[in-house]
Design a protein around this ligand. Sequence first.
Ligand code: PLP
Length: 372
Amino acid sequence: MNINEIQTPAILVDLDVLQHNLNKYAEEAAKYKKQIWPMIKTHKSIEMATLQRQYGATGFLCGTLDEAEALCEAGFDNIMYAYPVAAKVSIDRVIALSKKCNFILRMDGMESAVMVDEAAKKASVKIQYTLIVDSGLHRFGVEPEQAAEYVNRISSCDNLIFKGISTHPGHVYGAACKDEVSKYVLDECNAVATAVNVLKAAGISCEIISSGSTPTFWGAVCDANINIYHPGNYIFHDAIQMSTETASEEECALSILASVISHPKEDLFICDAGAKCLGLDQGAHGNASVSGHGYVIGHPEVEIYSLNEEHAFLRTEGVNPLQIGDKIAIIPNHACSAANLTDYYIIIDSEENVLEWIPVDIRGNRTRKLSK
Ligand SMILES: Cc1ncc(COP(=O)(O)O)c(C=O)c1O
């Protein structure tokens, strides 16, 4: 089946491009003897995680406990959860995961450490953790200079095992162009170096020194301290990565196929993919480098200037390239958000033939379903 026969809107993933992306990052990491533990909240799919493992991923970072449990159930090991926990139900899930696999929790404070420790004591389980260090995103994390102080305080929690430090330079998405990315790489590497040195001076060594984002990967991969990288978006790339030249148009694996269905005015076309396919994201963490709501492949002159739930509004500069009935493929601004809006990816080859459907099987609220 060719993509022209598919009901639109549809989320397509070009397998060759996806494999190119996985291979490119894997090769670069291998060059510096670094590990990649991808952030899987980008794709929320066991099959995609399996592909990442085939391309050298030795562990995984999760944005939800659902993702961590699904990986564990599927037999994956080396599973890290990216954020602190405080709710009892989450702590119980952390304990269950720690019994089943090499699970690592991230923490950034004493209060939640004590909560997890007390529950772990009752369950006779040891919980491994990394301390989150703030490298500038200001979402979780202690100041790098305070790392030893926190680890020393948390060491009074007998059932917690310190494994190292983690950070995420997500504020890189404030970069408006390629040159600006290097400033965030410096933030990332300096924060890590400061924390590592402060810990070393206190006689504390780190087995895991983990960090990462897709744009900073290329500058930070040769860092002397970081040993595990957590790119997420790299598997697909998107219009935001194009805006900082982290990826080219040809390296964007995920697109939304839409049909042009209306031409009510001279300068207005409407297609059948809206906010419920493309997402409303115009850039994470304050990015102002993209305009509009996605990039129409092959048509840089077309602007998606507005979205309804099910429709996008398009206008063109100069000669109009569109016609009613045309199929267009749109690279979303933020592929991680778009991927969370579909039940499956339609996998295509370079000739636009459909190869298979891959379920997005780890999105939504699995807990609610399980506890019904
Ligand atoms: C903690 C953490 N690490 C890594 C990533 C991956 O970042 P990126 O998608 O830029 O590769 C994310 C994504 O938001 C994240 O929240």
